[in-house]
Design a protein around this ligand. Structure first.
Ligand SMILES: Nc1nc2c(ncn2[C@@H]2O[C@H](COP(=O)(O)OP(=O)(O)OP(=O)(O)O)[C@@H](O)[C@H]2O)c(=O)[nH]1
Ligand SMILES: [Mg+2]
Length: 368
């Protein structure tokens, strides 16, 4: 049985955490969150951290005692420098809170890369966790829509670098832009994306903590995540009818199954593929063939099988990447954004001219 810590930082992190709690409580009655056991097999502690009280209030499935409000007016307004200072000022409160939650075998920290609070708290929190504890810490990071503006783009570029340098054991990427096709308006797109990420996190926890026919465990996950460039993503497919398991595996690795744009066969470095379902749907030969295709292309692939009676085939694929052309593209847009902001700043400085203009009326009063 694993002890798992999941922290959601900032609005995006909070909301994905809430989606995890929602799905973990699914099927229980509506008051279950107040007293009943979670559906997780291991012990899972979830903590939502935010500077904005309203973001925390909006959560529906995360217990009030699992929310940490760091008072700072209304968030940090996408300013990561402010966010870093606020974290430092409140580090002891946050770390004490985690300490009191007991021992853990693994932690996940969820955040957007582009806001202010989550993207600045996350690398600093991971650094603290790594200094104090021995367990691995993984970041689950949401990339912005590319048209969200220059500040978000530059935050994404710097925060990803900070998270990578924080000592984190790996970064799992999910990309709002890539997943945009999912929903109509922004809110329903967010909800859809959050549910997708939550479903994968729960599947992963199940896979690391199950009595499986063919086993993958935390050790395998660590090995996968340590491969490649420290960047990973997750593929998933859940069939609603009896599709051949081979097709389900292929779909989990196809663009429609992934959280982030990559050509798995070109860019992946290591993988863990977990198949869940009723025994009658899971042909071991087909599974082996399909997994061998992947390992032939990329290297090592861990394979796990979870038998669940009456369940149609479901596949989760954790993939670490050794290169990513999509991230390179994001960084070149971010660089443009940084230049744009810098130019604007120098323009604003030359606008001190305006002060000069104003100074001409110093000492004068309007005459009527
Ligand atoms: N997938 C997903 N993305 C979200 C959600 N909420 C916000 N985002 C994305 O997150 C980024 C903004 O970051 P937030 O998490 O809102 O910012 P924050 O950490 O609260 O920081 P401040 O508000 O600046 O203090 C944008 O790129 C949004 O598109 C959500 O519920 N789901
Ligand atoms: Mg916020």
């Amino acid at each position: 049985m694993l002890n798992i810590l999941i922290v959601g930082n900032g609005q995006c992190g909070n909301r994905i955490l809430d989606a995890v709690n929602k799905q973990a409580f699914a099927g229980k009655n509506k008051f279950s969150k107040f007293y009943s056991q979670q559906k997780f097999k291991g012990r899972v502690e979830t903590i939502a951290v935010n500077t904005a009280k309203n973001d925390l209030k909006e959560l529906k499935y995360t217990k009030a005692k699992d929310r940490i409000h760091i008072p700072h007016l209304h968030g940090v307004g996408a300013n990561r420098n402010v966010g870093k200072q606020v974290f430092l000022d409140n580090k002891d409160i946050i770390m004490r809170y985690i300490e009191e939650k007991g021992n853990f075998d693994v932690a996940f920290v969820i955040t957007s890369a582009s806001g202010g609070t989550g993207s600045s708290f996350t690398p600093m929190l991971i650094k603290e966790l790594k200094e104090r504890y021995d367990f691995p810490v993984y970041a689950i990071v949401v990339l912005p829509f590319r048209e969200e503006g220059t500040l978000y783009l530059q935050n994404a570029a710097f925060s990803l670098r900070d998270i990578r340098e924080s000592g984190s054991d790996g970064i799992i990427l999910s990309d709002n832009q890539f997943l945009k096709q999912l929903g109509g308006n922004v809110q329903s797109a967010y909800d859809g994306i959050n549910d997708m990420i939550a479903e994968r996190i729960l599947f992963l926890m199940d896979a690391l903590d199950s009595e499986m026919m063919m086993v993958t465990d935390l050790g395998d996950f660590k090995t996968v995540m340590s491969g490649g460039a420290g960047i990973a993503t997750i593929g998933f497919y859940k069939s609603s009818k009896d599709v051949p398991v081979k097709t389900a595996i292929q779909k989990s690795l196809s663009p429609a199954g992934l959280l982030f744009s990559t050509d798995v066969y070109e860019e992946a470095s290591r993988a863990m593929v977990i198949i869940k379902g009723d025994k009658s749907y899971l042909s071991i030969d087909d599974i082996s063939n399909e997994v061998e295709k992947l390992s032939g292309a990329i290297g090592h692939v861990f394979k796990g099988i979870i038998i669940r009676n009456g369940v149609y085939p479901q596949v989760l694929a954790v993939l670490t990447l050794e290169s990513t052309s999509e991230l390179e593209k994001l960084y070149s847009i971010a660089v443009e954004a940084i230049h744009q902001e810098r130019d604007k700043k120098t323009r604003v400085e030359t606008e001190k001219e305006i002060e000069k203009a104003f100074s001409q009326i110093n000492g004068l009063e309007p005459q009527y």
